[in-house]
Design a protein. Sequence first.
Length: 201
Amino acid sequence: MTTQLQAINSMLTAIGQAPITGLDQANPEIATATLILSNVREEVLSEGWNFNSEKGYTLLSDSNGNLIVPPGILNLSVNQEDSKYQVRAVQKKGKLYDTLRHSFDWGANTSLSLDVVWDYEFEDVPSVFQNYIVQRAARVFAGRTVGSDKMVLFNSQDEQMLRASCLAYDCTTGRHNVLVQGEKGKYFMAPTQTVLSIIAR
């Protein structure tokens, strides 16, 4: 596994800078690299890969009938296999909003099954994705700090190879299909977001 410090050093090395021994955020260059690494990590994880996706995650309403979204969720959608298949929910102000009834109030003791995409700390991301995130962050960092088109292009080529490794990892660990089997053995189309994600990759 790669640490955040090692990732930042890889980004610095990519622009010809010497490695560092600590993440001093008072240093503008280090602060910029740290921010870019964090943003790229979130962008990549937001795509929803097998390792950070969870189907059928149950959310329970509080005493006020609110469904509070836990921290660390990047994306969510209502699980199609849930019995409340007519539900339409979006995230607003840290809570789920019912777009059919135009309300945050879901009623007491209400549960909702969701498909969620979780955010992870960099150190908890699988190595193959760490490598991709670092290379992608290094390209962005080089473009902003050095502005070398050749360096950006060189990093971009390596980035595409590493993304291919992520896709291979995801295909190996996940069972991707545009058809989803329900509890009664019947098949139906996967959520639009899932289908588009499979096609896009």
